[in-house]
Write a protein of this length. Structure first.
Length: 173
C-alpha cells in the first residue's frame, strides 16, 4: 500500500520539470475513418492506475481541449462515437554516471555513481463505440522530476499531452 501511494504521488508530478525529452508513441487501426468521429465520452480502463484527483482533472481537461481543437465534442451520456480512457505508470531505471581520474590507461582512478530515474508514462486509448474496438493508442513517457511550482507542472503536462495528441487523428493512408 505504501509503494502504491509513492507511485501515485510520483504520478502527481508526472512530466514536471523533466530533464529528458518526451518520448511519444502512437498506433492505430488501419482502415478506420477517423473523420466520422465527432463525439466522445470518458470511460475508465479496467485495472489502469490513475494519479491523484488534481492531476487526473488536469490530464482530462488538457485532453478535452486537444480533442475539442480537433473537432470532437465531449458528452457525458450515450450515444457517442468513441470512448476515451487513460492510465499511468511509473517505472524505475538505473543510470550510471562516471567521472574523473583519467582512466585505467593513465593509472587514474575513475569514479562512478548510480542513480534511479523515475519514468512516468500516460497511455491514452480511443475506442470506437460501434464495436468497442481500440482504434487509436498513444503514450508519452518522460523522466519524473517534480517542481514545487504547480503552474510549471501543469504547463509541462500540457506540453506532453499536446505533443502526444499531435498525431491524432492519424493522417489518411
Amino acid at each position: 500500500m505504501r509503494m502504491q501511494r509513492i507511485l501515485v504521488t510520483a504520478m502527481a508530478f508526472l512530466f514536471a520539470g523533466a530533464a529528458f525529452a518526451q518520448q511519444t508513441t502512437m498506433n492505430y487501426q488501419r482502415g478506420t475513418d477517423f473523420s466520422k468521429f465527432k463525439t466522445y465520452k470518458w470511460v475508465p480502463i479496467e485495472g489502469a492506475q490513475h494519479p491523484d484527483q488534481i492531476t487526473d482533472g488536469n490530464i482530462r481537461s488538457i485532453v478535452d481541449a486537444q480533442l475539442k481543437a480537433k473537432g470532437l465534442t465531449k458528452k457525458d451520456a450515450d450515444p457517442v462515437d468513441v470512448f476515451v480512457g487513460y492510465g499511468t505508470t511509473v517505472d524505475q531505471e538505473k543510470m550510471i554516471t562516471g567521472f574523473g581520474g583519467g582512466g585505467w590507461r593513465f593509472g587514474g582512478m575513475g569514479m562512478a555513481e548510480t542513480s534511479t530515474i523515475n519514468n512516468g508514462t500516460i497511455l491514452l486509448d480511443i475506442y470506437a463505440t460501434a464495436n468497442k474496438a481500440l482504434v487509436w493508442r498513444g503514450s508519452v513517457t518522460e523522466a519524473v522530476d517534480p517542481s514545487a511550482n504547480a503552474d510549471k507542472n501543469y504547463q509541462h503536462l500540457e506540453k506532453a499531452l499536446t505533443k502526444l495528441l499531435k498525431s491524432y487523428p492519424p493522417k489518411a493512408e
